[in-house]
Design a protein around this ligand. Sequence first.
Ligand code: FE2
Ligand code: FE2
Length: 296
Amino acid sequence: MSMKNANPSEEIKNPLSSLDEWEQDVLDRYPDPSSIAQNKGTAEFRNYVEPPRDTVKEFYRLNHTYQTYDYVMQKKADFLRFNKKEMPIWKAFDFLNELVDDSDPDTDLDQMQHLLQTSEAIRNDGHPDWMVLVGLIHDMGKVLCLFGEPQWGVVGDTFPVGCAYSDKIVFPEFFAANPDYTDKVYSTQYGVYEPNCGLEKVHMSWGHDEYVYHMMKDHIPEGGLYMLRYHSFYAQHREHAYDHLMNDHDREMFKWVKLFNPYDLYSKNPNQKSWEELKPYYQDLVAKYLPATLKF
Ligand SMILES: [Fe+2]
Ligand SMILES: [Fe+2]
């Protein structure tokens, strides 16, 4: 069977040993400029060539092959009904921690630690409390894995579907196997969209970002929603590949997305306070913005 006609359900392969392997790859691609300046000199900045591990490459191949416009529509129709499960946010975090694969020696943090390090770094810098909350919940959409979704439909750089895939997206050559790549409409610069129509009208590839954005839509200020929806949209917030779909409002709101990104990538802190110590603050914060249970 040609790859173009392959049915995603036949290829629910999970090449990564854990979801963190993708995040480590993003960090290799966009290393912390402050630590480079301090430790290595700027010459090493942006020397990303390709992931050292075939697993990451295989992950991108699957992601780029199967994230089609139709796939996104199907996943939205299914998951945005939020009829799978209802639970308190704390239960969802327990769920997330089950995702850690301790066979991977590089995974030294569970998901909760990453979330807390992100939110605590935001809090320490004195940003608004809703941004601290965004730090805490930004990866909660990864619970998609626990509903049987493949890694390539949960994590990975995100990008618009329904229009041409940018060659600024990591490993653009893998899009050649995606049926939309040769579609009469979807392969054009604007595809199903109008010039500068605004990202609100644009369908993004499906994954944990889009899922958590919809989950939080009614609860968090708009800057936070931008952070949630676009935090893996590196092709735009780092490479500016989709300016032609953005409107002035998006450009204004992307300041929040850019503000958030370093906290997501560079907030590793070996001296993180314990959850026990932090719990009262976060319980109050969650109660301020979110209902007692969330629908998944
Ligand atoms: Fe994320
Ligand atoms: Fe993250």
